[in-house]
Design a protein around this ligand. Sequence first.
Ligand SMILES: Nc1ncnc2c1ncn2[C@@H]1O[C@H](COP(=O)(O)OP(=O)(O)OP(=O)(O)O)[C@@H](O)[C@H]1O
Length: 847
Amino acid sequence: MARTISEDNQVKGVLQNVIFAAKDSYFKILSVSVEENDFDWDEEELIVTGTFASVKPGSTYAFFGQLVTHPRYGQQFQAARYENQVATDEKGLVAFFSSGDFAGIGKKTAEKLVDALGEGALDKILADKTVLNGLLKPKVADNLVETLTNNMGLERLFAFGHRVGLSADLAGRLFDRYGEEAQRILQEEPYELVYDVDGLPFKKVDAIARSAGFDDKSPERLKAGVFAAIQGSCFAHGHTFLTVEQARQSAQNMLGGALLEGSQDIDATLGALVAEGRLTFSEGAYQPRDLALAEQTVADKIQELSEKRSAIETTLPAIDDAFVVPDNLTLDDVQEEAVKKALSSQLFVLTGGPGTGKTTVTKTLIKTWEALVKKQAKDGGKDQDWLKEQRVRLASPTGRAAKRMTEITGYEATTIHRLLGISDGDDAEFDADNPLSGGLLVIDEASMLDSTLAATLFSAIPKTMHVVLVGDADQLPSVGPGNVLADLINSPAVDHVALQRIYRQGKGSSISTLASAINQGRLPEDFEEKQKDRSTFLTRTAQVPSAVGQVLSSAIKKGFTADQVQVLAPMYKTAAGVNALNQLAQDLFNPVKPGQKTLQYGDTVFRLGDKVLQLENDSERDIYNGDMGEVVAVHNQSDKGVSADALVVDFAGQEVWYTTKTLNQLTLAYATTIHKAQGNEFKLVILVLSSQFKIMLNQNLVYTAITRAKEALVMVGDYDAYQYAAEHEVPRRQTKLAALIAGDVRTQSQLEKPVAKRPKKPVDAKLAPAKSKATAEKGDFEKEGAKQGQQKPLKKGPESSIKPNRTENEKAMLDDTSLTVAHLTAGIDPLIGMDDLSPADFMPAVR
Ligand SMILES: Nc1ncnc2c1ncn2[C@@H]1O[C@H](COP(=O)(O)OP(=O)(O)OP(=O)(O)O)[C@@H](O)[C@H]1O
């Protein structure tokens, strides 16, 4: 929720200079020389902060807001809005037009302009540029209009937005999206925002529309509300379609039964949305167009790949001839079959639980592919270019999984975003028109692929490429809608092999057997017995922090580093949640040392050496949601020669700078949610489950959590929570992919109908905020004599994201405020060491 700044006070003054201008928003810090003010302020200079268009030093502005006291930088004025005090008398206007801002307009031309158009010159020009015909040369007129609309247009939008309850930040985003059309759209077609702007809550749009005079029953309102309801429901549950009943119910929930007067209204609205192409309807299912298109794209590509147009001969004799098994292993029959099928099919899916040999099979098939390619190059006299065309490409949804893939296979692996050249807000660099190069593509952690990312990936795959998806279908499904991996496994048209035999011996073995028991819906009989690699520490919720603290202390004594240990919990709040456990673990792994540098951002105090987690995809800086790193430098603005607060984080050798602009992307990582740990593995996992949060417990969640542990697992919490989780399956996601692949349904004819999409405003280099780049970030810090450290932008919650991409469970975790922080109870004996972890030791009086 955006903060509302009250408008108790106002100040008018001349802008001296812009101390700081954010690159990715319109946020600025200004130094203003005060002329008039209605509050207690005697000094000449006042620092004013807020969201401003391209304000100009030397111009006079009126700011409305409040004087606040920053703990470090003292008093400053927080502006909720502002007005450009362009003098509107003729003299002032002549000065304005001849200020040098408008190419080709000197004093004489300015006078001519004002003579002709009078005191309302600005409004007249902005309303209709043809008033300039005959007054200015066309080029000069165009430039004047463009500069005016950019500057004044945004200022007016800020002012208008303010009246209809639109934050300045959102007004800036809308200006970027719609340009000078923004205000008209807000007034005349506000409900378009629901279709055009990702993640804008319907309620917000509704409030804007009401203030623009739309009534409850306007057809635009009903359509936008029903669309938002269906899309929101798909994102909340991971579905790609809703049944008619579900669609009606969601619509009713969003708009209220009374308004729609029974299902007739709803059905008519659904019909109108289908007619407009915003929804598709087939086989009793409604789909938002984008999701339907994504599933259709994947299905079409699968169809195309089944035509087998490989440039490499992959007959069984050829594969047999080239077969290379690494590490002197002998594959079992199923593993061998997997390698052969992976190479002979053009699309193949490999699944299996932990320790079943997925990596071993992947390594074998890569080596065998290379041997096949080399042999055929030699036999066919192919050149280096041909060899390059057949190269192996490896990618994974997370950076950490990509890094692990590189380490294990020895081949370079990247994130899927990077592979596709996706950068914020832009389309992917590689697509159907500019496909990926390479002969074999292996995607790891494929359970994390949602429909949209899968579609972007599949559309960039050329017809001749071999594609292998590797993943564990029992893990949590993707955050976004879709169930791609499971749907492919359930499609007879897609070859797949499921590895079942667990190979990991000794270390790790009992974690794998626990995982398979949980998959079968039960806890193993030895659940509470201490194993070589796992133990169970049963406690009441109130005792969780103490228990986790003891396990961590003993792990630290044993030499485990923060990087090797991961605390996992399903939710953020409460004493047994991620936030509290993070602080506890921070104090143990990285206790305050005298003189240690720290930086506070929101409620989090980052310390040098902290383990941290990136919370959002930032493809420009090549860091992604779920990436973990270490704080390697802390810069405080109060230090000599330092112009702004900043942290430097090392992500596996890649140093990334965070200033107050981007610190909202970062949090402590000693403890994370299980969703955030997907695609990552750790030597020791400490899992916390409590039946207090039953609503969010299920098989996939606990399975995913325990399989993050490579060598050791300690389960903390109460028995009932673990049992409940093991016994409860995640509700099935409703998707169409499998039916589309089978050719049972077609939504294509509806998808061919184009939806009138408003083109995005071309980016104006002069005005649009520049995108942040890793280097720019560092440069910002060094160059700007910034007082940006004064600013604490609204901290986004750890899961905050523009898209409504949360599951019900995640939402419950985030929204849970009813649970109070429980008091710690003492009384658990301090632990001695990891080897000594046993249920008996962990059993205080409860269970
Ligand atoms: N056929 C085999 N014979 C002997 N050892 C095997 C065989 N297959 C796999 N292994 C061994 O079992 C262990 C687990 O295999 P691998 O790492 O390939 O499994 P995985 O499915 O990738 O596991 P995870 O998903 O947990 O990373 C490895 O040490 C591997 O060398």
